[in-house]
Design a protein around this ligand. Structure first.
Ligand code: TXA
Ligand code: MG
Length: 329
């Protein structure tokens, strides 16, 4: 059920539903999340069951403000506070050593917890009214594409679930995750906040290590995958292939490209996405949702260039294609 939260009474019902230990899908600037009271084990279990997510995969906590980080962590390094100050509210998740009170169910028995203050005004309003932490993974069944629109969540989970309408997610890709449990920060998942952005805020003098002792997020094969197989190709290879394919072949295929001339009528469905990495990131998951629904045999995707601003997008594309170890991005 999609709920418009602008009426104060309805807004209050959403907050009460969360207080009662129910799961509510909420909009964030990255992707929609399946939110529940992070202090309530029964509520957290409901998220795992809904998502069919294995219990060894920890869930991040959304907080109403920076200061709340104090309650969820201990021995939080100074650089984590600097990053929080620089990027919150925003698409950055910090993994910090967890406070003793944080439930092991939430952190999959790890000694750390992921926290973030989202920038979406509705998410923030809900968090402030709830006045606590909300556990929220992306609102998709395990291994499926993250939702960037309320309709994506409704397609996944049906009428039963309360889904708060918040419009299309502005960023459209999951938050950057930084492990802050060691001496230096380590990027575990790339997002729109880049390694360069982070280095700039922590004086550029700290090396970003490439390996981490924390469990890697998104280790699973085809982590962000549509159900239709995906083939990534650079522009040249894709152009060559498109010339070879017959119109009959193309009728079985979907296409997501950057080069407008590759689009033609014969594909089952084709989409040209923007050449600017931020706009591309904001539209990628919607395009994948749309093409996946076409039931094509394969989706051909033109790989964006290997440049720093495309790193997050390229990481998602490699994972969607099903590569277990993503090339060093
Ligand atoms: O943008 C986002 O981060 C979205 C929105 C809803 O906030 N949330 C999100 O959550 O992407 P999720 O659960 O789909 O992805 C979080 C990733 C998972 O791969 C999980 O394994 C990892 O973060 N993670 C969570 N806690 C962790 C921890 N303590 N140590 C290492 N990785 C952790
Ligand atoms: Mg996810």
């Amino acid at each position: 059920m999609i709920i418009h939260p602008y009426n104060p009474q309805i807004f209050q019902q959403i907050v009460e539903h969360l207080r009662a230990g129910e799961v509510v899908a909420i909009p964030t600037e990255t992707v929609y999340g399946l939110a529940a009271d992070a202090k309530n084990p029964e509520a957290i279990k409901k998220i795992f069951h809904l998502k069919e997510r294995p219990f060894d995969n920890p869930i991040i906590v959304h907080l109403p403000d920076q200061e709340s980080m104090e309650q969820w962590g201990k021995n939080i390094p100074e650089y984590a506070w600097e990053l929080a100050k620089a990027f919150w509210p925003g698409p950055l998740t910090l993994i910090i050593p967890k406070a003793d009170s944080v439930l092991n169910l939430l952190t999959a028995d790890q000694a750390s917890v992921g926290v973030r203050v989202p920038a979406h005004p509705i998410a923030l309003a809900i968090l402030q009214a709830f006045d606590g932490g909300l556990a929220a993974p992306s609102a998709n069944p395990f291994t499926r594409i993250s939702p960037t629109q309320s309709s994506h969540v409704a397609e996944y989970f049906g009428e039963e679930l309360w889904i708060v309408e918040g419009g299309p997610s502005e960023v459209g890709l999951e938050s950057t995750i930084v492990d802050c449990t060691g001496k230096y920060p380590v990027i575990l998942r790339h997002g729109v906040i880049t390694e360069e952005d982070i280095l700039e805020k922590i004086n550029g003098s700290l090396a970003l290590l490439k390996t981490s002792t924390a469990k890697h997020p998104g280790q699973h094969k085809r982590h962000y995958a549509p159900q239709t197989p995906i083939q990534l190709l650079d522009q040249e290879a894709l152009s060559a292939l498109c010339q070879k394919l017959t119109s009959l072949d193309k009728q079985q295929m979907g296409l997501i490209a950057l080069t407008p001339s590759l689009q033609n009528l014969y594909f089952k469905k084709s989409k040209i996405l923007p050449r600017d990495s931020k706009s591309y990131g904001a539209s990628l998951y919607s395009a994948l949702h749309e093409l996946d629904a076409e039931g094509a045999q394969i989706i051909l995707i033109e790989m964006p260039p290997d440049l720093p601003e495309w790193r997050a997008v390229r990481e998602k594309l490699f994972k969607a294609q099903g590569e277990r170890s993503v090339p060093d991005l």
